[in-house]
Design a protein around this ligand. Structure first.
Ligand code: PLP
Ligand code: COI
Length: 351
């Protein structure tokens, strides 16, 4: 028991099968998971159990009506072996914001935080110490209750599983500025981390990948005029010395990395503007040489520099600068996350 959380440990660890020096993203999973059920109108205490397949009725509503939300977080181990999370309460709050929009019952904070701490305590050996690697944490909630009636389920599961992971992108990131499809719409679920938001992106992203791009940059669904965000990250654009990112809305995920980068940039004296930025402005800046950088920001992506973008059958390359905001901001945020520097913002959370 840790903080009243029951723990059932595996008898057969898989850790010796993992090459911690060559980790892909999210493809090997740690020995344990947290499992917690909502039934009879309430959440029941979570348990740490061996990682295992989940059995569901074929009529479970997750399969038919897509009631599912998730989070993405990371645990970092410093040189001494101490473990840190980054702003975990923000993930907890956002999970409940997403749940509310999908008519999923909200979780008590203690089940999320104490459950997560207990899970990480048990699987501490799975948290990589290697530079650039971390333990990716995937909390999710889905409708396990069944029935074909198109209405919210009466039973749900909250699960956390974890995956020792390296970089999300393996090489340069080229993006396509989308002009046909939309990720989200006014009044929709774009701000929620709902599984269906990602499913809806796969087909347009496949089309972009066939043309040589890695991610789609979504634009507003009304006129495809303004930059919104990318498939798995928020977007920052540097024109001359100013860093610009679009405001969040009910169509855009309120990224924790995004808001941290805005605070760091402000503290560093980098001019930051949170405002709508049109595709036209970005294309003109690329043409006249004032577009200096574009990068994505997210938990999985950390800060991923964008090497170029496609728009309406034309490709635009970004310059290769020596001193980029992307590198400077990435070092500051990852040093805070991994306990290599002071944390003036109070974001680090020691386990
Ligand atoms: N936008 C989308 C669509 C995402 O999936 C993510 C990843 O979580 C982000 C932005 C970045 O959010 P965060 O920095 O909280 O990970
Ligand atoms: C994250 O950055 O944690 C995400 O959830 C993005 C996901 C698509 C990998």
């Amino acid at each position: 028991m840790i903080n009243d959380i029951e723990i059932i440990k595996t008898e057969a660890t898989k850790i010796n099968e993992v090459d911690f020096d060559n980790l892909a993203f999210g493809s090997v999973f740690s020995d344990h998971m947290l499992e917690c059920d909502f039934k009879d109108g309430k959440w029941h205490a979570p348990k740490v159990v061996p990682y295992h397949p989940i059995t569901l009725d074929p009529s479970a509503k997750i399969f038919h009506y897509g009631q599912s939300v998730f989070e993405g977080m990371k645990a970092y181990k410093d040189a001494k072996g101490d473990v840190y999370l980054f702003r975990p309460l923000e993930n907890f709050k956002r999970l409940n914001i997403s749940s509310k929009r999908l008519a999923i019952p909200e979780l008590p904070e203690s089940y999320f935080m104490d459950g997560l701490k207990a899970l990480l305590e048990v699987d501490k050996a799975w948290i990589p110490q290697q530079e650039g690697s971390s333990l990716y944490i995937r909390p999710f909630v889905f409708a396990s209750g069944n029935g074909f009636h198109a209405s919210p389920a009466n039973a749900y599961k909250f699960v956390i599983c974890t995956a020792p992971s390296g970089a999300y992108f393996s090489g340069k990131v080229k993006v396509l500025i989308e002009q046909t499809y939309s990720r989200s719409a006014n009044g929709g679920v774009g701000f929620a981390k709902a599984g269906g938001n990602y499913a809806g992106q796969f087909y347009p992203t496949q089309l972009a990948v066939e043309k040589g791009y890695q991610q789609v940059i979504w634009t507003d669904d009304t006129n495809h005029e303004f930059i919104e965000e990318a498939g798995a990250m928020n977007i920052f654009i540097r024109i001359n010395d100013t860093l610009i990112t679009g405001p969040t809305s009910d169509r855009i995920l309120d990224g924790i990395t995004r808001k941290s980068i805005i605070d760091i940039a402000n503290a560093e004296g980098i001019p930051v503007e949170v405002r709508k930025i049109s595709v036209h402005e970005v294309v003109e800046a690329a043409k006249n040489g004032t577009l200096k950088e574009m990068f994505g920001a997210g938990t999985a992506a950390v800060i991923s520099p964008i090497s170029g973008f496609g728009y309406k059958d034309s490709d635009y390359d970004l310059p290769e600068l020596d001193n980029t905001y992307a590198n400077r901001l990435k070092k500051i945020i990852t040093d805070i996350q991994t306990n290599k520097s002071e944390d003036p913002f109070g974001w680090r959370y020691k386990l």
